[in-house]
Each structure stands twice: as structure tokens, then as C-alpha cells.
Design a protein around this ligand. Sequence first.
Ligand code: PLP
Length: 395
Amino acid sequence: MTTDTFKTATRFGSFGGAFAPETLMAALLELEQAWLASREDRGFSAELAQLLEHYAGRRTPLYHARGLSTELGVDVWFKREDLLHTGAHKLNNSLGQALLAKRMGKQRILAETGAGQHGVATATACALLDLECVIYMGAVDAARQRPNLLRMELLGARVEVVEQGQATLKDAINEAMRAWVGDPTAHYLLGSALGPHPFPSIVAHYQSIIGCEARAQWQEQAEGLPDALIACVGGGSNAIGLFRGFLDDPAVRLIGVEAGGHGVETGKHAARFSGGSPGILHGCYTYLLQDDDGQVLPTHSVSAGLDYPAVGPEHAALAALHRAEYTSCSDTEALLGFERLARSEGILPALESSHAIGWLISNASALEGQRVIVNLSGRGDKDIDTIARIREQGS
Ligand SMILES: Cc1ncc(COP(=O)(O)O)c(C=O)c1O
């Protein structure tokens, strides 16, 4: 297995695939064909490029964080997806898929959301392209990411709050998929590089603009190649987006940071590589947290966007190839990362992105003198209430 075949693959080595109910297979095949055709259509690519530049605000900067670099003894650069319209990388994928849905003649979009960023990005794309939009969000996430729920409604989306299960991202995906089975004529706009084929490939494709830009920007501002890329991994879309720009450069370490929650040894985390094993969830074969009977285990993370029991299949394959390394960062380390970036650089990162920063801070001595790009996948405005609550509890 090599990474060459990953760009349109139905599988990533032994991972991925489409383990979906019969009623969805026709919709998945239709989507795959439409996506492959759109890639050959210059008009489609030009329209998406135009929206990404003039509406969403690409290119996002590659920012050399000199203050933090001096403090840590590591040369730190941030890919500023937090500066994208709607405040996170999610809009790259939502605009791409919404435009694709429009090309397919769809009028109705279904989507799930955890942190609310994918929901906001999708509601935004639907408002722009005049598509009906229904977003499924777990009740726990709706409470901890309330500003994003209000934003989705203001953008004209209908938000369905999901009370089932743990009432987080997994349960929102369950409900969105169930709704899609009931209405396969709608487009299910999946928000991360997971789920049945072709979603992991489509989402990685639309997010690969992050790595593509970062590579070009590095060449404009620095020399050679960075030593390492660091990104948080929920389903894995911001990480794979950055990694894809450097997959063929073996000298560049690819480091994915999962949610270590209260610590992997406590069982309260979402670290699928260290705490999980291969299995099937939401239509794809990948690493997931499950018990000996294959029952999916509950997860915990301070960040809603990393609080999910399975990881995207391309990451599972990159780990099997030893091309990428996966590690974790605890809630406490992530909160320290949040505070440090705020004070050192004047940037409030999303709690998801704070995991990449927290891991970097904890491992700075091992990276001394190296040049790293950290994906700042989103901004932290949505997390202010969570941080305030944690500070109150601590005082
Ligand atoms: C800002 C931000 N970063 C990261 C993530 C994790 O998702 P992914 O792993 O698909 O990038 C989310 C998910 O909601 C998010 O909102």
C-alpha cells in the first residue's frame, strides 16, 4: 500500500469502504460519479475557486509566531484557518459539497455537527446557494456550543437537537444518516473525512487546499521543508487537509493529536489509536473505541469537535504505513494551550485546535530548534462559555 492511490480511493489500504444500508448505496454511487465528474469540469472548479477566494477569504495566512517560538525554543508557524469566513476550516468542505449538491440538482441538505462549526459552515453555504438546510446536533453539544446553534438558526437552517445516546457527534451522525435513508434524494453534507466511501475522499479533497497553500506559502517565506506538521484529529478533516500537501515528503513528520480527555488510562477520552481497535462505525472500517463485544464506547473531550469514537480511514491507513504518528493531548494540556496562545500571540484558538498547541507545548523540548506548522483549525469564540465555566469551577 502507498499513499499514491489515496486521492480517489474507495479504500485506504484495508481501511474505509462503504458499509451502508442498501437504500443508501444508489445515493452513494450517484455522489461518487458526480464528484468524479465535477473534478474534470473546469467551470465547476473555477466557480469553487472564486467562492473560496472572494467569499470565504482564501488564502488563509501562514503566520510565523515569533513570540511563541522564542518561548518554546521551537520555530512555530500557524496555518490560520481560524481566519476563514465562519471561523474554521469546515467552510472549505461545505462550500465544495454544497456546490456539488447544486450541480446534482439537489435542493435539500442534511448535515450533522459537533462543535457547531460544520453546522454553521453548511448553513452559510446553503444560505448563499439557496438550499434548504437541516442540521442534526447532539443536546450536549447544543448546550456547550450554544452560540453556534443560534448562528445556524439565524442563517436560516433548521436545527434538530438529538437527545439519544450520549447526545454528542456520534448520535448526531446517526440521526442525520437515518434522515438520509428516509430521503435519499437529499444530499447528506458530511463534515469530516469519515463515513462511507466516497465521503472520506471528497472531504479530504476539499480540505487539501490547506496543505496545498501551506506548502506554497512555506516556499515563499522559508527554506526547504518544515520538520513537522501538527494538527488535531476529530474525524480528521483539518489534519488530512494539511497532511495531503506533504504526504510525498517523508522527511516531514505528520503528527495527529487526538483528544486525551481526562487521560487515556481513565477511559474518558477520544484517543482512538491508543485506546481503540479496528471496526466499523458509520459505514467505514477504521480505528474506533469499542468493547470486546464490538459495542461502541462512550467518549469524553472538553472539545465537542474531537468527541467522536472513530477516526477517518485515511488516518488509519497512514498510521498502518507509519507515515503519520498519532498521539493525544489531555483536556488540561489543551486548556493550557488555549491560554498560552491567547497571551503569547493574541489569538483565541478553538478548543479543538488547542489540542495541537497543547501537545506542542508539552513536547517542545523534544522538538527544540525544529520548524513546525500547526494547523489552527478554528477560532475560539464559540468556546468562551466553556472556558468561563471551567475557570469558575477552578476558582
Ligand atoms: C475548529 C475545529 N477544529 C477541528 C475539528 C475536528 O474536526 P476534523 O478532525 O474533521 O478537522 C472541529 C470539529 O468540529 C472544529 O470545529
